[in-house]
Design a protein around this ligand. Structure first.
Ligand SMILES: NC(=O)c1ccc[n+]([C@@H]2O[C@H](COP(=O)([O-])OP(=O)(O)OC[C@H]3O[C@@H](n4cnc5c(N)ncnc54)[C@H](O)[C@@H]3O)[C@@H](O)[C@H]2O)c1
Length: 345
C-alpha cells in the first residue's frame, strides 16, 4: 500500500480538532511531523497524536524527505508564505481557508503552484461542499425543479471565535483571552474572511462568478479592529441576485441557504449541527424533506486529498478558485470602505 507522510503546520484549534484526528484515522497516512511557533503547542500536539517529530520552525519540517504533504493551519495572512515555501520544498499542500487575505498573495500562490504542476494543492473550503446536501440542492437547480432561480440567500455565521480560542488555549494550559481573529494586524480581515468565505464558496459553486457586488461591513459588537458583520449583494454572471451574509454577532452558529425559484424553493439549514434540507414544490404544494448522510465517506476532506495524490487527479478546490474567493472578499472590503458597488467583470 502506498503510504503518504504528512506534516501539519500550525498546532491550534483546527489542527487538533479536525486535521490531525482525520489524518490519523486514514490507513495510508503517517503523520510524521508537526510545527508551531509556540513550542508547547507543537510538543503537546505531537504527544497527543503520537507524532515523532515537532518543530517551532516550519522550515525544518519542510526539510524532511519523509514529509510528502503538508497542511497549512496557521492564521490567515501566513497561509500564502508558508504554502509557497511548502510547494517550493516539493510538498503537496492543503491550505486552510481563506487561501490568503490579499489578491497579490493569492497570485503568488497561483504562480508558484503553476511552476510545480506535479504537486497537488488543495484550497479549503471547496471540498467541504462535496457532500450529499450540496449535491441535492445543486441537482434541484440543475434539473430545473425550482424553475427559474432569480434570488438566493446564503448566510454562514456564528457567535464569534473568542470562546473557541479560549478552549484552544485551555487545551494547552495557556491563559485565554488573546483572540488573533479580532486583530487587524494578525488576521487582516474579520468575519468576512473567517466565515463569509464559506458563503462565497457556495455562491460560486451554485451560481458561478459575480459580475458586480455591493457590500456593507461593520464592527457592531466585538472589541475588534476587523468587521464582525457583513452583508454582500451580488449580481451573478448568470443573472441571479445572491445575498451573502456572515457574522460573529449572533447567539449561536447557524447556516442558512435559501434558493428561491419561481416553481420551487430549497432551504438548507444547519442550526444545531444537524443539517436539514427542505424542498418546496409548487406543483404539489408540498415540502419534501429527504434523509441524507452528512458526508460521502468518513474523513472525506483528507481521504479525497490522499486519493488525488495516489491517483494523480486534481483536488476539489484549486488555487485559481481560492484566488477567486480572495478577489471577491477584497472587492467586498473595498465596496464597504468606499460605499459603492464594485464591478468585477
Ligand atoms: N475549516 C475550518 O473549519 C476552520 C475552522 C477554524 C479555523 N480555520 C482556519 O484555520 C486557520 C487556523 O485557525 P485556528 O482556529 O486553528 O487558529 P489557532 O490560533 O487555534 O491556531 C493557529 C496556530 O498557528 C500557530 N502559528 C502562527 N504562526 C505560525 C507560523 N508562522 N508557523 C507555525 N505555526 C504558526 C499559532 O501559534 C497557533 O497555534 C485559520 O486561517 C482559520 O481561518 C478553519
Amino acid at each position: 500500500m502506498r503510504r503518504i507522510g504528512f506534516g501539519v503546520i500550525g498546532c491550534g484549534g483546527i489542527a487538533n480538532y479536525f486535521h490531525l484526528p482525520e489524518l490519523c484515522s486514514i490507513e495510508e497516512v503517517d503523520v510524521v511531523a508537526v510545527a508551531d511557533i509556540k513550542e508547547n503547542r507543537a510538543r503537546i500536539t505531537a504527544d497527543k497524536f503520537k507524532v515523532s517529530n515537532w518543530y517551532t520552525d516550519y522550515r525544518k519540517l519542510l526539510e524532511r524527505e519523509d514529509v510528502e504533504a503538508v497542511v497549512v493551519a496557521t492564521p490567515h495572512p501566513t497561509h500564502s508564505p508558508i504554502a509557497v515555501d511548502a510547494i517550493r520544498a516539493g510538498k503537496h499542500v492543503i491550505i486552510q481557508k481563506p487561501m490568503t487575505t490579499r489578491v497579490k498573495d493569492a497570485e503568488t500562490v497561483v504562480e508558484c503552484a503553476k511552476r510545480h504542476k506535479e504537486l497537488k494543492v488543495m484550497v479549503l473550503p471547496f471540498v467541504y461542499f462535496d457532500n450529499p446536501y450540496f449535491d441535492y440542492v445543486e441537482e434541484l437547480i440543475r434539473n430545473e425543479h425550482l424553475g427559474k432561480v432569480c434570488m438566493a440567500r446564503i448566510r454562514v455565521a456564528h457567535s464569534g471565535p473568542e470562546k473557541y480560542q479560549d478552549d484552544v488555549a485551555r487545551m494547552f494550559s495557556e491563559e485565554g483571552g488573546d483572540c488573533w481573529f479580532f486583530d487587524k494586524e494578525q488576521a487582516d480581515g474579520g468575519a468576512l474572511f473567517d466565515m463569509g468565505v464559506y458563503a462565497f464558496t457556495m455562491a460560486n459553486l451554485l451560481f458561478g462568478k459575480a459580475r458586480r457586488l455591493i457590500s456593507i461591513m461593520d464592527t457592531l459588537d466585538k472589541k475588534a479592529s476587523v468587521e464582525d458583520s457583513a452583508a454582500i449583494v451580488m449580481n451573478m454572471e448568470t443573472g441571479n441576485i445572491v445575498v451573502a451574509e456572515t457574522a460573529w454577532t449572533q447567539a449561536r452558529g447557524a447556516n442558512e441557504i435559501v434558493i428561491y425559484g419561481v416553481k420551487g424553493m430549497v432551504v438548507w439549514e444547519d442550526f444545531l449541527g444537524n443539517p436539514i434540507v427542505k424542498h418546496y414544490d409548487s406543483s404539489s404544494s408540498s415540502w419534501k424533506i429527504p434523509s441524507l448522510p452528512r458526508e460521502k465517506e468518513p474523513q472525506h476532506t483528507h481521504r479525497h486529498f490522499v486519493k488525488c495524490i495516489i491517483e494523480d487527479t486534481v483536488p476539489i478546490g484549486t488555487v485559481e478558485e481560492g484566488k477567486y474567493l480572495v478577489e471577491l472578499m477584497e472587492a467586498a472590503r473595498r465596496s464597504s470602505e468606499e460605499g459603492r458597488a464594485i464591478d468585477l467583470s
